[in-house]
Design a protein around this ligand. Structure first.
Ligand SMILES: *[C@@H]1O[C@H](CO)[C@@H](O)[C@H](O)[C@H]1NC(C)=O
Ligand SMILES: *[C@@H]1O[C@H](CO)[C@@H](O)[C@H](O)[C@H]1NC(C)=O
Ligand SMILES: *[C@@H]1O[C@H](CO)[C@@H](O)[C@H](O)[C@H]1NC(C)=O
Ligand SMILES: *[C@@H]1O[C@H](CO)[C@@H](O)[C@H](O)[C@H]1NC(C)=O
Ligand SMILES: *[C@@H]1O[C@H](CO)[C@@H](O)[C@H](O)[C@H]1NC(C)=O
Ligand SMILES: CC(=O)N[C@H]1CO[C@H](CO)[C@@H](O)[C@@H]1O
Length: 504
């Protein structure tokens, strides 16, 4: 470097010298901010060679022998005073050269230093600026990335928020769905249960409809019958009213006739006693049989009509005695056979009795009371249905109270074939007729069921009901009834109620 610089400088000096000519001795060289002044030796007589060569080292001017060399200016003088002057000059030149060389070296060093420092400075500044720029860019990037990161985190949190919200909603929905499913399940079960119930109810409804349809038909036909009956009865009532008028008129006539009759009877009795006295036979006892059992014990074994004298009474009563059934001795209280006698009667008829002992009849509550309260009696109820099947109900103890207690019934010790349970109410049920309602029903059983009986409300039996000659499927509330034998619709062709001493 230094060598090349020196070379350059030397060349520059030569160029200057050739340009300005030989007149100038001082030469200025401007290099950047530095200016250099070169003082060159005089070269007036020197002729530069065509082939000017610069060597690396400064060379001593050689004496001009064959050809003129670089130091031509010295050449001229060397011809005058060669040994001393030339040597001195050479020496000074050499030192100057040396100094110059040193200086140049210094300069070179300086320049090198400068250049290096400048370069370094430049480099450093460049690096600084670049670093700063890079740093700025970096910081920019960093801030940008931070911003991005922040935005990303924001977005992330939003997304997370959204996701969690959605999850919560989903959870809620699933819970809701579960609840709904459960609800639906319950509803379905409920519906099926209701459906079952509905089916059951429908079936029941159908059954009830069918049943009530039948009953309705029965009731309608019964209503018709009742209406007919009512008409008949109202006709009867008007007829009876008419008869009442005439009978009140006739009663005085009757009383007179009765008086006449009693007279005749007394005459007859007197005649009879006369006859008894005459015949002197103990026939008197036959008049004192108190019931059919007593008659049977007296030796009579034929069923038929006999007279009995009630206990503590002079009253004689004609009764039908059944001497065949279960050993005989039965005093008949009630008998139905063919519906020839109307049993739908009032209190008084039942009190006094009606019908004929050889046919259908009711013996009379007063007589029954007197008979059954004189000693312990058992009751036998004989029944026969349309097809001729017979059955019976038996009560070990039977009696009815007096009229003051409305002929209330007592029946104990049930047995028999006409039902496993007693169809007779054996509590102290009073007697009711269509005109004396003593039952425990808000209705009037005697009117509803017809006849006189110990109706409760209205109870499972009524042997004094309407006599229906033929059976039908129609339920009749007013027919002859012995519930526990044939249900509510027994069509008996024969009923008999009869008593016999319990001790028989
Ligand atoms: C979700 O964001 C809403 C507002 O946008 C805020 O009210 C709510 O508290 C956030 N929920 C969660 C779980 O961060
Ligand atoms: C009343 O007497 C008359 C004549 O004796 C008779 O025709 C009529 O049937 C009697 N009436 C009654 C209700 O007995
Ligand atoms: C029946 O006669 C007995 C005595 O023989 C008597 O003690 C009783 O009071 C009489 N009863 C009636 C209802 O007359
Ligand atoms: C019912 O029976 C009685 C007695 O046997 C008889 O007198 C009457 O004529 C009969 N009545 C009918 C409607 O069969
Ligand atoms: C008998 O029946 C009548 C009404 O029919 C009633 O006033 C009376 O209290 C009854 N007697 C008894 C003892 O129950
Ligand atoms: C010819 C010339 O200028 N020589 C000088 C070289 O440098 C020394 C010291 O620096 C001087 O003393 C000389 O005079």
């Amino acid at each position: 470097m230094g060598r090349r610089l020196a070379l350059t400088l030397a060349y520059l000096a030569y160029l200057l010298a050739t340009a300005i000519g030989t007149e100038r001795q001082k030469h200025h060289v401007q290099h950047g901010p530095c200016s250099y002044t070169f003082i060159l030796p005089e070269v007036e007589n020197c002729h530069p060679l065509k082939d000017f060569q610069v060597t690396n080292t400064l060379q001593r001017d050689s004496p001009p022998e064959d050809q003129p060399d670089t130091g031509q200016h010295k050449q001229g003088k060397a011809q005058k005073d060669r040994p001393s002057w030339q040597e001195k000059k050479l020496e000074s030149l050499e030192s100057a050269m040396e100094n110059n060389t040193q200086w140049l070296q210094k300069l070179e060093n300086f320049i090198q230093e400068n250049v290096r420092s400048g370069m370094e400075e430049m480099k450093r500044t460049a690096v600084h600026t670049q670093t700063a720029a890079m740093l700025e860019m970096g910081t920019n990037l960093l801030s940008q990335s931070a911003e991005q990161t922040r935005k990303l985190t924001d977005v992330e949190t939003q997304v997370l928020n959204q996701t969690s919200r959605l999850e919560i909603q989903l959870l809620e929905y699933s819970l809701f769905t579960n609840r709904l499913e459960k609800h639906i399940l319950l509803q379905t079960q409920e519906i099926s249960r209701l459906g079952d119930k509905n089916n059951f109810l429908e079936q029941r409804l159908l059954a009830l409809e069918a049943r009530y349809g039948k009953e309705l038909q029965g009731l309608q036909s019964e209503k018709q019958q009742l209406q007919e009956l009512l008409e008949k009865q109202s006709r009867l009532v008007s007829q009876l009213q008419g008869e009442l008028g005439s009978s009140t008129h006739n009663s005085s006539v009757l009383q007179r006739q009765q008086a006449a009759l009693t007279d005749t009877v007394q005459q007859l009795l007197a005649m009879v006693s006369n006859c008894n006295e005459i015949s002197n036979t103990p026939k008197k006892e036959t008049l004192h049989f108190k019931d059919c059992a007593a008659i049977l014990r007296s030796g009579v074994t034929e069923s038929g009509i006999y007279s009995i004298r009630l206990h503590n009474s002079t009253q004689t009563v004609k009764v039908f005695c059944d001497m065949k059934t279960r050993g005989g001795g039965w005093t008949v209280l009630q008998h139905r056979r063919n519906g020839s006698v109307d049993f739908h009667r009032g209190w008084r008829d039942y009190k006094m009795g009606f019908g004929e002992p050889h046919g259908e009849h009711w013996l009379g509550n007063d007589i029954i009371h007197k008979l059954t309260s004189s000693q312990e009696y058992s009751l036998h109820v004989q029944l026969k249905d349309r097809d001729g099947n017979e059955a019976y109900s038996h009560y070990d103890l039977f009696y009815i109270n007096s009229e003051h207690r409305n002929y209330s019934l007592h029946a104990e010790g049930f047995s028999g074939t006409a039902g496993r349970t007693s169809s007779l109410t054996h509590t102290s049920t009073p007697f009711s007729t269509k005109d004396r309602d003593n039952d425990r029903c808000t209705c009037k059983c005697a009117q509803l069921a017809s006849g006189g009986w110990w109706f409760e409300a209205c109870g499972p039996s009524n042997l004094n009901g309407m006599y229906y000659p033929s059976s039908s499927n129609v339920v009749r509330y007013n027919g002859i009834k012995w519930y526990y034998w044939k249900g509510p619709n027994l069509m008996a062709t024969m009923t008999t109620m009869m008593v016999r001493p319990a001790s028989f």
